[in-house]
Structures are given as structure tokens and as C-alpha cells.
Design a binder for this molecule. Sequence first.
Ligand code: NDP
Length: 295
Amino acid sequence: MTSHTEQPAITVLGLGPMGRALAGAFLDAGLRTTVWNRTPGRDRELVERGAVSAPSPEEAVTASRLTVICVVNYDAVDAIARRGAVTDALKGRTVVNLTADTPDRARDTAAWAAEHGIGYLDGAIMTPTTTIGTPAGVFLHSGPEELYLRHRPVLDALGGTHTHLGEDIGRAAAYDIALLDIFWTAMAGYAHALAVARAEGVTAQELAPFAKGIGTILPPLFEQAAEEVDNGVFSGEVNPITSAASSMAHIVHTSEAHGIDAGVMRAAEGLARRAIGRGHSRDGFLRVTELLNPR
Ligand code: NDP
């Protein structure tokens, strides 16, 4: 399955929604694209568009110098790649692992790759499948810079912005975890807000325009707070933590009056109250960062 043309080649292992989007973008960019997925049949549409369907992962990786893996987690990566035949086939080639997992798993996979003479870059995709191949995609990468620069032209076929975060292989996963922390805490808050609103006779669609307004308040706050947190300053001049705790208590009371679990907000209020108890009542809510992880 060796390419006899000068056409750049790429292999994609894993054809869930994201893997299919990645392979589709590579095809659209004119790359010779070889695909494999554990469950057969997920490549039907890609093959119709010109992808080569490999019968096994070892044959798939042999087709290209560069393999992108994008599966559910690193247990799945291990099940595919950390087996004799596939590991042997990867020797001397490069893997870009765009699967999401923890920084520790990224480091462990990099150690395995180094042991077997496999070039390894770890990455994270921060945007949904619909952004792949468009300017809206956001990709984070970490690992050896020379390897990243060498393969960057192929990665550019995915569109969007690519950021190399440094040689520490765990860095892309660290950003991913922190950013998903924001995302899932916000989504948990939104789900909870919709439940409380419904209990008060407000539909999700009635609330949504105002919910979007809350969303637009956050970006400037993120930037301002980042500078303060890095400098160990937690200004509460505009919105002191005492006010935040009071507002959180109202949410807890309203939720629980309707029999709605308020565990997430109780935890947040508890952190605010602890900070106040330690004498930080004039600080802003971001003082809790210091409680969670004292510098
Ligand atoms: P999933 O996270 O559901 O992953 C599905 C893929 O994982 C399929 O190819 C599936 O194969 C494979 N897989 C699962 N278990 C195994 C296993 N034990 N052995 C081999 N393959 C396995 O779907 P996505 O494609 O959406 O996500 C892939 C990655 O991309 C994830 O890490 C996700 O966090 C990340 N991502 C996804 C985004 C999205 O919008 N979808 C956005 C940003 C990141 P099979 O078909 O055989 O089950």
C-alpha cells in the first residue's frame, strides 16, 4: 500500500464524528487519505470521496509517513497502536494524536513512542466537527518543535488555527483539560439554570436570549481575571466575594425550594464562604483559585 505518486499522504485511525471530519478535510485538501476504524463500514462515505480503506491499522499506517489518531480516549489509542504489528509498522513514522485525554496519558504515550522509534506529537481539538476544514477550527499541539514544523503543511489541510504550545508533551492536554473544565462547568450551570427557570414557569427559549447576554459578559472578565490571578491580586472592588456568595445562596434556596439539586452551586458557595472565613471578604470571587491550589 505504498504511494507511487508525489501526492502527500495521510492516514487517519478512528472514524467517529471527529475522525470522519478530519479525514474529509484531508481529502478536500487533495491529500492521499488512508482510513481505518475498529468497526467496519464507517468509512463508506469517505471511500466514495476517494479515501483508501485499509483492512487493518498496520496496513493503514504503512500507507503514510504521518498518522493522525482520533478515538474516544487513550485506552482506545493503546488498543489500536500499542500492539506488536502496529507498533512495528509505526517505527520511523510520525503519529499526531488528536484524541482527548489527560496530560499523564499524553506523557505515557510519548514515552512508548520514544521507546519504539516513533515520532510523536500530542494535540487537542477545541472546536466541534463542523469547524474542521474551515477557518473556525482550533487545534493545539505539543511535542518536538522540529517534528511539528515538518508536518505543519499537512496539518494545515485541516484549516483553522494551529498553535504549538511547546515541547512539553503534556501541554496540549493540560490546555484541553482546563478549557473543557470551563466548558462543562458552564454547560452544567446552563442545564441547572434551565431546570430552575422551568420550575419558575420560564421556558428555555424565553431564557436563551438573556443567557447569551450572560455569555458575552464572560470574555472580558476572563482576560482581566487572568492578569490578576497571575499577579496574585484578586480585586473585589466592583464585585466582592461577599456579594457573589449572597447571589449563590439565592440560587441554592430557589433551587431547593423546588426540590432541585443544588450541589454544584452549594460547592461554589462553600468555596466563597471559606475564602471569606479566611479574611478575604474584600477580594473578588477569583480568590478561590488560591484556595483550590495555593501558590
Ligand atoms: P468518540 O469520542 O465517540 O470516539 C469514537 C471513535 O473511537 C470511533 O472511531 C470508535 O470506534 C473509537 N473507539 C472507541 N473505543 C475504541 C477501542 N477500544 N478501540 C478502537 N477504537 C475505539 O467520537 P469523536 O469522533 O467525536 O471524538 C474523537 C475524539 O475527538 C475524542 O477524544 C473527542 O474528545 C475529541 N473531540 C471531539 C469533538 C466533537 O465535536 N466530536 C470536539 C473536540 C474534540 P468504533 O466506531 O469502532 O466504535
